[in-house]
Design a protein around this ligand. Structure first.
Ligand code: SF4
Length: 270
């Protein structure tokens, strides 16, 4: 049985942060940490800034005043506000704390372009609010359709099937949606199969390669050695050798999406 994660309530000083990420002008992170505990999470660098010693995924700080920190006024109309960059706005804990829900309620009068990215169907709870934003979109990230692989790399996130159903529901409700194929695991993520299965209910696709910068390589390397030892040398070569692997994958995605007439964006790290 898994041990419980360490949860604390904190008071944040601000909630809306300017950002350099390409899809947004501002980000909102209602939580510090992320109980989804993805193996590949780049946000684990947050541990350094917050003084947490627990493993990534084993702590969560709940910003109890997050809703109250949303500005009451200001020129945010049409500005792209993204939830969330270093946590998931729909963690299981959100069911009770409703931080994201309160944030959305207070964002509404500001009329921003709302962009929500999650791995959880809990986002469906807030469709009543999300629908009221004049500009909004909801994305779900997937690294695989294979539930065994999903359990290995995103152990506490929603199963594949739940995410697929939620994407469909968002589409049926007339809200623009996107599927973020991220991260692409070399030789394991069948991105064409993901597109094939979902293209009838997805507005656009985004792609990101597995980025092992910083402290991500350690857990990825350990996992590959245990679960996919036949790939260990290939991964080593892709990340620390001269392999043109990502250039080739990027070109293949571009060609495929253009040929299929799909709307898409590529966020590859080279
Ligand atoms: S859901 Fe996103 S923020 Fe949370 S652990 Fe996974 S990759 Fe990191």
């Amino acid at each position: 049985m898994e041990s419980a994660i360490k949860i604390a309530e904190i008071e944040a000083r601000s909630i809306l942060s300017k950002t350099q990420i390409p899809v947004a002008d501002y980000v909102i992170n209602p939580y510090v940490g992320c109980s989804h505990a993805c193996l590949y999470c780049y946000a684990r660098f947050m541990k350094r800034f917050t003084g947490h010693r627990e493993d990534w995924g084993e702590f969560l700080d709940i910003k109890i005043n997050a809703g109250d920190l949303v500005p009451k006024r200001g020129s945010y109309q049409g500005k792209r506000i993204f939830l969330s960059s270093v946590t998931d706005p729909y963690l299981p804990q959100e069911r009770q704390c409703k931080l994201t829900r309160r944030i959305l309620g207070n964002l509404l009068p500001l009329e921003p372009y709302l962009n929500i990215l999650t791995k959880s169907d809990l986002v469906l709870r807030d469709m009543d609010l999300i629908k009221q934003f004049p500009q909004r979109e909801i994305g779900f990230s997937f690294s695989t359709l294979d539930e065994n692989l999903r359990r290995q790399v995103e152990r506490r996130a929603n199963p594949v099937e739940k995410r697929l159903n939620a994407l469909k529901t968002v589409h049926q409700k007339g809200i623009r949606n996107y599927l973020f194929i991220s991260p692409i695991f070399p030789f394991l993520t069948d991105w064409k199969a993901i597109i094939h299965k979902t293209r009838s209910f997805v507005d656009y696709f985004m792609f990101e390669n597995l980025n092992v910068a910083g402290s991500v390589w350690g857990p990825v390397k350990r996992w590959i050695k245990i679960e996919h030892p036949e790939l260990a040398d290939l991964y080593q070569d892709i990340y620390f050798g001269q392999s043109p692997y990502w250039e080739e994958v990027e070109e293949e995605i571009r060609d495929y999406c253009q040929k299929e007439g799909l709307e898409f964006q590529i966020y590859f790290h080279h």
